[in-house]
Ligand binder design. Structure first.
Ligand code: 1GP
Length: 229
């Protein structure tokens, strides 16, 4: 068991976006298994510390996705380090991660740190544009990526990322069949209990992001839908 192995549902909060104390209270007490702090742009040490200290008032697990050197902040329960598997720009696969290890390698809490193999399927997502990710062309190519992450690299987490758009559940289902040891995270476009439930049928962990900032009640409704299954 890893520190994140029991998570079925997680909310992803962006340090660069505003959330009121009332909304944060509802999110942290929603029954979700965890809060993941992360974003693709505008993440700084200050806004990350600020959000962490606000979430820290609650008992819910709180993890940081470390995507920049500046945003590496101590004090979280756990740390994810994303590796983008479907880009040909090496800086996003191991380059920046190596820079991070050169700088902070001795301080990394290894027992609470896990790599995430990101497969970005929505090319319109900020993360895809930033990293030059090219969505797998078909199921075969997606499964090759899953095997690379799960079997060859033995990454502990595979993250099928559709950020901003609800994904193809058939592709998610096919991907899930080829995962042997990793935890499969799904994120993207979940804005209702129904969609959350669909993703939860195939993913180990369902991540809900943006809808939090647009329709809090809809976001909260996803927790029960996932955890019921
Ligand atoms: C983003 O996968 C998460 O990294 C969630 O996506 O914001 O579209 O819910 P959404």
């Amino acid at each position: 068991m890893n520190w994140y192995s029991h998570w079925r549902h997680a909310f992803k909060l962006d340090p660069d976006k505003n959330i009121s104390d009332e909304a944060l209270d509802a999110v942290c007490l929603s029954g979700t298994d965890a809060i993941i702090v992360g974003g693709s742009s505008g993440v700084t040490f200050e806004n990350t510390v600020d959000l962490m200290s606000r979430i820290r008032r609650y008992e819910v697990d709180c993890a940081l996705e470390v995507s920049t050197l500046e945003g590496a902040v101590p004090g979280f329960d756990g740390y994810f380090v994303p590796l983008v598997l479907n880009t040909d720009r090496a800086e996003w696969i191991i380059g920046r991660q190596l820079e991070g290890l050169k700088e902070y390698g001795t301080f990394v809490p290894w027992d609470e740190t896990a790599a995430q193999g990101y497969i970005i399927l929505n090319e319109e997502a900020t993360a895809a544009k930033l990293t030059g990710a090219k969505a797998p062309r078909d199921e075969e190519e997606l499964i090759a990526h899953v095997r690379m992450a799960d079997r060859l690299m033995r990454l502990p987490v595979i993250y099928l990322e559709y950020s901003g758009r609800f994904g193809d559940m058939e592709l998610l289902k096919q991907a899930s069949r080829h995962v042997s040891q990793a935890r499969l995270f799904y994120g993207g476009g979940i804005d209702s209990a129904e969609k959350a439930g669909m993703a939860a049928e195939h993913a180990h962990t369902v991540v809900v992001g943006n809808i939090l900032y647009n329709d809090l009640q809809a976001a909260l409704s996803t927790v029960g839908a996932v955890k019921r299954l």
